[in-house]
Design a binder for this molecule. Sequence first.
Ligand code: 2P0
Length: 333
Amino acid sequence: MKTTAAANANIAVIKYWGRRNEELILPNNNSISFTMDSQLETLTTVEFSEKLKRDELDIDGKTATEKELKRASKFLDVVRKMAGKKMFAKIDSINTFPKAAGLASSASSFAAMAAAASKAIGIRLNEKELSALARRGSGSASRSIYGGAVEWLAGVKDDGSDCYAVPLASYEKWKDLRNVIAITNSHEKKVSSTDGMKITTRTSPLYPARLSSVEKRLAVVREAIKENDFEMMAPAIMQESNNMHAVMLDSTPPVIYLNSTSFKIIEKVIELNDSYGRPVAAYTFDAGPNAHIYTTKKYEKEVSEILEHMNGIEKIMVCKVGEGVRYLEKHLF
Ligand code: 2P0
């Protein structure tokens, strides 16, 4: 059966950086994100067929590279094993935003692919099972199954059976939250997250300190999400981004994703918060130089205007919090 699913990217406020199991993609710590609205969306159609000799993948209207196809096939092998079937699949996937620009397209891609492929092959999964399946494609994809605020539980079991995401708050509860995104470089990143994480966990002397300090920030953000309190979580969001980029820089070779514009944006957000005497905005950066400035509806315009006056920014987008994975009637082929 041909099946189409849509999923949105998520932007973490407490980050996943480092795995305890590479093959099963089990992280070293819990992470928390907000799922974005459909400006950062992936649509994916999957159809399994006895007639195909291998998996076929098109991304954004073009035949995927061998590397992309290999990664998708490896993921589909997990789905085939779960279903006890051997058929190959035809997949079409489109993104509404640039691939691998640090906008977490692998999260929306594998969340959509997990939903479409599992249904297309005939297996029924609940949300936790779907989240655990999406995780096998890309760790952060486990979080894009749900809308609103989401926590991915690292779990403790070796087989990963307690490693999946759970919803923390609906998107209605956080409807006034905004992510003002400043694209400072839309080119594909040089070091993949997978490689960057390995370098950090193997070589950074500061990494163990990150793992012990992240628990405190997780607790603060969890509480703030429950209380719907932006000011409570804003300092923890910025500390968390700084901490992750600090252990990246502490690695050998250093893993550097931020550029000079990213640092200028950090300074501007600090100045803005100082001018109010309280945090009205919080920056966070993923494995890329693009800034995600979380703020509330009230300060969205002010944050955008500050960015509009800066050099080195290619594009500004304002995202709201969005919904989780969903199935669509209309197919891409
Ligand atoms: C996160 N990132 O929690 C962290 C923060 C980037 C920095 O999850 O396998 O997309 O390379 O596609 O899951 C990016 O890693 O990993 C990520 P790969 P993934 O959002």
